[in-house]
Design a protein around this ligand. Structure first.
Ligand code: ZN
Ligand code: ZN
Length: 255
């Protein structure tokens, strides 16, 4: 096992990044940046359902700021089944994802995807209905300077870069753009269309999305008053920069 130690911090003003914040204000009926709220779905896409038949919960949606490379101007939506709360663990480690991996992922314990993550630019409006499980809150994107920390393997006296691996991570937080804050080894995947998937959005561990009073508790949540995504693992959304399909996004999980 390689032991890493921080070796430098670099301020990356060239990498636009935004922190996702919850000012605890209610979302308006036409808000585009929300926790819960009315989903702004791609054209022709209904409110997603899990393979179990349950209608999924809209956890959050946001307009990706225009200066985020490859994804600026897209609308991102993140849904998960209210019953199925699990990690999405690949049964193999494919660099190359198969066709329609967003519906039929090769993961342990599930015959299909219990989440749906969408990215689109269609001129659609908010759904008539509001997400019933979660409080509808305004989500705010605050620009922040990305800080890259480079970790080098702790090999005393060794200055040969070939045997001196590096690990580079961005700052922590619920963020859009910038660099992923990897907690374990970096992960990369190639979309079914052949494009190398790029980091778009990251959540640290145990981000809770506050539920409405009277709603059932989420199975296996660490909170009684909030829902979590993928058991509360740290989440890294890697998206297809070619936009080959609105659901061509993969949730990498670490803890
Ligand atoms: Zn389900
Ligand atoms: Zn693709």
């Amino acid at each position: 096992m390689t032991v890493f130690e921080p070796s430098s911090e670099i301020r990356r003003s060239d990498l636009p990044m935004y922190l996702v914040e919850d000012p605890r204000a209610p979302a308006g009926p036409s808000s585009r940046n929300t926790f819960g709220g009315r989903p702004i779905l791609p054209a022709g896409e209904d409110w997603p359902e899990c393979y179990c038949g349950a209608r999924m919960v809209l956890f959050f949606q946001l307009d990706v700021p225009p200066d985020i490379p490859r994804f600026g101007g897209d609308h991102l939506l993140v849904f998960q089944c209210p019953v199925h709360n699990d990690a999405a663990c690949l049964r193999e480690d494919p660099q190359q994802f198969p066709e329609r991996y967003w519906e039929k992922p090769r993961i342990w314990g599930h015959p299909g995807a219990f989440w749906r993550i969408l990215l689109h630019r269609d001129p659609t409006g908010p759904a008539d209905e509001e997400e019933p499980h979660l409080l509808s809150r305004a989500l705010v994107l605050r620009p922040e300077l990305e800080t890259e920390t480079v970790w080098r393997a702790a090999l005393p006296g060794n200055t040969n870069t070939e045997t001196h691996p590096e690990l580079s991570v961005g700052r922590s937080g619920f963020k859009v753009g910038g660099l992923p804050r990897w907690q374990q080894d970096p992960e990369s995947h190639r979309c079914a269309c052949g494009a190398e998937m790029l980091f778009l959005c990251g959540l640290p561990e145990d981000v809770g999305f506050q539920s409405r009073p009277g709603q059932p508790e989420q199975p296996d949540s660490s909170y009684s008053y909030a829902y979590v995504l993928f058991l509360g693992n740290a989440l890294y959304l890697l998206a297809c920069p070619e936009h080959c399909h609105p659901a061509a996004v993969w949730p990498v999980l670490q803890h």
